[in-house]
Design a protein around this ligand. Sequence first.
Ligand SMILES: CC(=O)N[C@H]1[C@@H](OP(=O)(O)OP(=O)(O)OC[C@H]2O[C@@H](n3ccc(=O)[nH]c3=O)[C@H](O)[C@@H]2O)O[C@H](CO)[C@@H](O)[C@@H]1O[C@H](C)C(=O)N[C@@H](C)C(=O)N[C@H](CCC(=O)O)C(=O)O
Ligand SMILES: Nc1ncnc2c1ncn2[C@@H]1O[C@H](COP(=O)(O)OP(=O)(O)OP(=O)(O)O)[C@@H](O)[C@H]1O
Length: 515
Amino acid sequence: MSTDPAPGIRPRRPRAVPLERVAERFALVSADEFSGREATGVALSTRDVVAGDLYVGVPGARRHGAEFAERARESGAVALLTDAAGAEIAADADLPVLVTNDPVREILGEVAAFVFGTDDFSALTFGVTGTNGKTSVVYLLDVLLRAAGLKTGLSSTAERRVGDSVVTSTLTSPESPELHGLLARMSEEGVEAVSLEVSAHATARRRIDGVTFDVVAFNNFSQDHLDDFGDLETYFAAKQQLFTPGHAQRGVVVVDSPHGVRMARESRIPIVTLATEYGHEADWHMAVTRQDLDGVSFVLQGPESVRFTGRVPVFGRFMAENAALALIMLHEAGISIERVAAGLDRGLIPVYIPGRLERVSAEGTGPHFYVDYGHTPGSFSAMLDALDEVATGRVIFMFGADGDRDTTKREEMGRIAAAGSDVLIICDYHPRTEDPAAIRAQLIAGARAGGRAEIIEIPDPRTAVREAVSLAGPEDVILYAGPGHEDYQEVDGQQLPYSAREEVRGALREAGLLS
Ligand SMILES: CC(=O)N[C@H]1[C@@H](OP(=O)(O)OP(=O)(O)OC[C@H]2O[C@@H](n3ccc(=O)[nH]c3=O)[C@H](O)[C@@H]2O)O[C@H](CO)[C@@H](O)[C@@H]1O[C@H](C)C(=O)N[C@@H](C)C(=O)N[C@H](CCC(=O)O)C(=O)O
Ligand SMILES: Nc1ncnc2c1ncn2[C@@H]1O[C@H](COP(=O)(O)OP(=O)(O)OP(=O)(O)O)[C@@H](O)[C@H]1O
């Protein structure tokens, strides 16, 4: 078992940049001798340092990164870039120290772009923000771009991908050194279009500095991450930063909600709008024409009679909205809808989104078991509303909540889950350092207010999965929200191996429902 983050994807043939040039470009000062040294990469954590890297020591929530200068040197770092406080901390480290007078994060993205050579990155770059559906839109963008004949790369909560190279992500949006290393590799491999998820943490912590997106998109906004942002206004403001000239050329905004309308109104870059409900004024409209458990068909209508009719093989009205958003982003980047449609088979968008409403049970037979990454009240509402429209049997919903993360959303998640399902199984997710029984108690308190569902508490998720399978009839749908693509359960600082998708497969096999 490893708790280390996966190493990022880096260029195979990194260029070497003299530290003197870095120092000159960013007005860094140093009392140490570093002439003749060159950097071939940048790393923000000693866990990511490879030989030739410039290690960057930032003040963190718990420690100052400069404390780890010696460890960085042992891993092959050529110098430390830090602030004045860091320089004092690392004074005895056997590593040249370059000091900035600015807060380090304010120059980090530009430094990473300079060293990795991505300051002239030329591929089309798409960025997606919003509370729910970023990952889904990124995979839809990727498949549509490939249909248009472009070579693609992507970065999502689930993985970073360039050609055949894939690594599991540790963060939704990588820190800027990882991001620019990834983009440099994409340039090397001739990638023509890149789709990136942009979390509010990424804009707030300046992880996307040094990138100017061609087109960005905002899909929706609801409660999440209040542990980090304190209140919804601050969380929203972080998302708004993406819609500013330093970050993006143009944007697409879903205006179904008041937050969408506000994002469109306050955007500081040119935008076009999408409404999925007629009655809302917008440049583009999307309407669902048919839906069932296997997917959703829709029609998208834009300015100048642009029209697309198609289908996404994942259920939920919101998946059609995600697809429409991705199509408009391509249109805004100059890739015509006709060109995309020509690369599809009768409008079918053949997307696979790891761990997002992923069907784990066999096609065509029930019970229908889906694993999902939803962990917000907004995603629970969206999924359960969708099931209300397409499920023919009962809905069995199971989930647990994150420990050490936004606790204020738990009761609401319990309430929505119980109001929208027939049977609700509450189990453990990542308790982290919290008492799992206390987390479950909060979810159950919320669920009791939701009404409708029979509530069952089963702490062990493996047992809970089997109980769900044993309760389900052939018409029923089981939806397991939370773990999605993940392959671990985090308990008290330890990442224990756990794959919901594998557990579900195992349980279905044991019940004779999967070969
Ligand atoms: C809570 C949080 O945001 N932590 C971030 C922060 O770590 P920190 O301030 O706690 O760091 P610290 O432990 O005090 O250490 C200080 C510095 O020393 C370095 N260090 C520390 C120990 C060591 O052995 N070696 C080493 O180099 C650290 O990398 C850090 O740079 O700085 C690190 C980069 O240096 C981040 O990777 C780390 O993100 C952690 C992993 C994280 O989980 N962040 C979450 C909240 C996050 O960003 N989530 C969003 C989710 C979005 C969504 O769901 O929509 C995301 O974009 O992923
Ligand atoms: N447009 C949408 N509106 C509401 N809910 C959605 C939407 N798209 C997806 N969801 C729901 O939210 C879940 C999470 O989706 P996804 O992983 O794409 O979102 P995300 O924004 O990337 O979240 P995270 O950053 O936490 O990965 C989905 O599996 C689905 O249940």
